[in-house]
Design a protein around this ligand. Structure first.
Ligand code: FPP
Length: 247
């Protein structure tokens, strides 16, 4: 849908970047930045919900993040487990559904157990969905989807002459999720880093120099305000989008 002025994005997706630099600037170990990043996650759940956003996707751990030092990977997994344990009762209280995208079967067992418990306890909520991208990468997502699609073709559950995007998209991790409307990347980097490459085909992007631990409700509101001023054309012309235009 084209934006009307002041539109609130239905689905916000965030590349949370800058935790390490936040810590280094203060002479702290990198993990302190991640710890502070977890508190920003908590704040952003409340802040997006208050604005009327219905889906929040957070890029919490990429397929490529396994290449970091083992101590940092271990600490990130520990923080994830801590976050899930701490948040369970709040997510239930606030009627927030938890979902994941990514190859979560490769995460440590303790994290998987906590994820399964939280997903099961919140599966029936419909107003707001928190999506954690974990062991996620768009390229592996395409590989997984292509395999599932080929299997469905072989089984005859997809017609051989069905060339539609919709049929293929039903095999992505995001099959039952709307595409992101707004993608935010913090920390002054201008990259998409293998994040929702297909789903963000028509998303609006906002890049901010603010490091993730410092990203707060004011920065979120600024990004949403910028989004509200954009004209989303989805391949059409500006003229065609005018309400009285003959198409
Ligand atoms: C990028 O900062 C951040 C990550 C790779 C991990 C993000 C993880 C969290 C915020 C905590 C765990 C998440 C949840 C949902 C509980 P960076 O380390 O690449 O920063 P740098 O570019 O400054 O080094």
């Amino acid at each position: 849908m084209p934006n009307s002025p002041g539109s609130i994005p239905h689905h916000v997706a965030i590349i949370m970047d800058g935790n390490g630099r936040w810590a280094q600037q203060r002479g702290l170990p990198r993990i302190e930045g991640h710890r502070r990043g977890v508190e920003t996650v908590r704040t952003m759940i409340d802040a997006t919900k208050a604005l009327g956003v219905r889906y929040l996707t957070l890029y919490a751990f990429s397929v490529e993040n396994w290449k970091r030092p083992a101590t940092e990977v271990g600490a990130l997994m520990g923080l994830l487990e801590f976050f899930l344990k701490r948040e369970l009762s709040t997510l239930v209280r606030d009627q927030i559904r938890l979902r994941t995208i990514g190859r979560t079967d490769q995460l440590p067992e303790a994290v998987r157990r906590q994820l399964d418990a939280t997903i099961a306890a919140t599966a029936h909520f419909t107003e707001y969905t928190l999506v954690l991208a974990l062991n996620y990468g768009s390229r592996t997502e395409v590989v997984d989807a292509a395999r599932a699609y080929a299997a469905a073709l072989a089984a005859g559950t997809i017609q051989a002459d069905d060339n539609s995007w919709e049929s293929f998209a039903r095999h992505l991790y995001t099959a039952d999720l709307p595409d992101p409307d707004l993608v935010i990347r913090t920390s002054g980097e201008y990259r998409v880093s293998n994040f929702m490459l297909l789903q963000a085909a028509y998303a609006e992007f906002v890049f901010t120099p603010v490091l993730w631990p410092d990203f707060g409700p004011a920065e979120l509101e600024a990004a949403v305000t910028a989004y509200g001023k954009r004209e989303r054309r989805f391949g059409q012309t500006s003229e065609q989008l005018k309400p009285d235009a003959s198409r």
